[in-house]
Design a binder for this molecule. Structure first.
Ligand SMILES: O=C(O)CCC(=O)C(=O)O
Length: 282
């Protein structure tokens, strides 16, 4: 396991816990004070080679299986998101949110002791799974505008963070996630009215953009206040990536079930109009 924040921070923060067998029996990864300070300063971190090729290959097989669950892939199913295409043709299915109840492999990754050890190191306490989604990002689909994930719903945990687990290599061409370090320290950058807001491009300095180009086995972690976005998938292949979000245990404890009740209410209210009654969760 190789802990880095791209070349800027490599000199201060490399640890190769996986290859040198530094993961201890409780699964805790020994992160140095300096590495944790870097995470706090930047609001993101990349850790290389956390998972083995065979572990990610198994996840990949299960993710392909999900693409054949045609009875679930439906515009009225609250579990699904569809995304516009950049050539203007019909939007394509993009996401299952949640996903761990559909996929034993995704569930296994969400509680993996190495991952939980890393998060314990970053939080200084145990992490609780809050949300889980698999973004399939088919070729031709658009990316996401600049935004922060934290939303001002009552009790929404300020310790929210997301772990990216690439199933396919994520590259600039297939629309990898891009983060803007440091801004998380400013907290929410949009009105706190309980609605999702895009950020204007002027909210960040373009030169600070870091593309999270990852190989299967690597992970990236970013804070709920870290501005991020992604481009269209202009490659010929899918960019499948598991997004696992957590909160610190002392910040509300286990609240995944409550979150999904609240999230579905939000989606149903947003889907105003005659079609709203057709929405369901399966
Ligand atoms: O697909 C991506 O790279 C970005 C996804 C994202 O920003 C989100 O789900 O909040």
């Amino acid at each position: 396991m190789n802990f880095s924040q791209h070349s800027v921070d490599d000199s201060q923060g490399n640890v190769d816990a996986g290859r040198k067998g530094m993961v201890n029996h409780s699964g805790t990864v020994p992160l140095s004070r300096g590495q944790i300070d870097l995470w706090k300063r930047s609001g993101y971190v990349v850790i290389r080679e956390v998972f083995t090729a065979s572990e990610v290959a198994a996840l990949s097989v299960d993710a392909w299986r999900l693409t054949r669950e045609q009875h679930l892939i439906d515009r009225n199913n609250l579990r699904c998101r569809f995304r516009e295409t950049f050539d203007g043709s019909e939007s394509l299915w993009e996401t299952f949110d949640p996903v761990i109840d559909l996929s034993p492999d995704c569930a296994r990754f969400s509680g993996d002791p190495r991952l939980m050890g890393i998060l314990h190191g970053l939080y200084g306490e145990p992490a609780c799974l809050f949300k889980d989604k698999l973004i399939f990002k088919q070729p031709g689909t658009k990316g996401y505008e600049l935004h922060q994930d934290w939303i001002s719903w009552p009790g929404f945990p300020r310790s929210f963070l997301t772990v990216l687990i690439p199933i396919d290599p994520s590259t600039a061409e297939n629309g990898c996630t891009e983060v803007f370090p440091g801004y998380h320290r400013q907290g929410p950058l949009t009105p706190q009215d309980g609605q999702y807001h895009q950020l204007p491009d002027t909210a960040v300095e373009e030169s600070r953009c870091v593309p999270l180009e990852l190989q299967p086995g690597d992970i990236a972690v970013f804070d709920g206040f870290t501005p991020h976005r992604s481009s269209s998938n202009r490659s010929q292949s899918w960019r499948r990536q598991l997004y696992l979000s957590y909160n610190a245990e002392s910040d509300g404890g286990h609240q995944r079930e409550t979150h999904y009740v609240e999230f579905h209410d939000y989606l149903q209210c947003r889907g105003a109009g005659p079609d709203r009654s057709a929405l369901y969760f399966r």
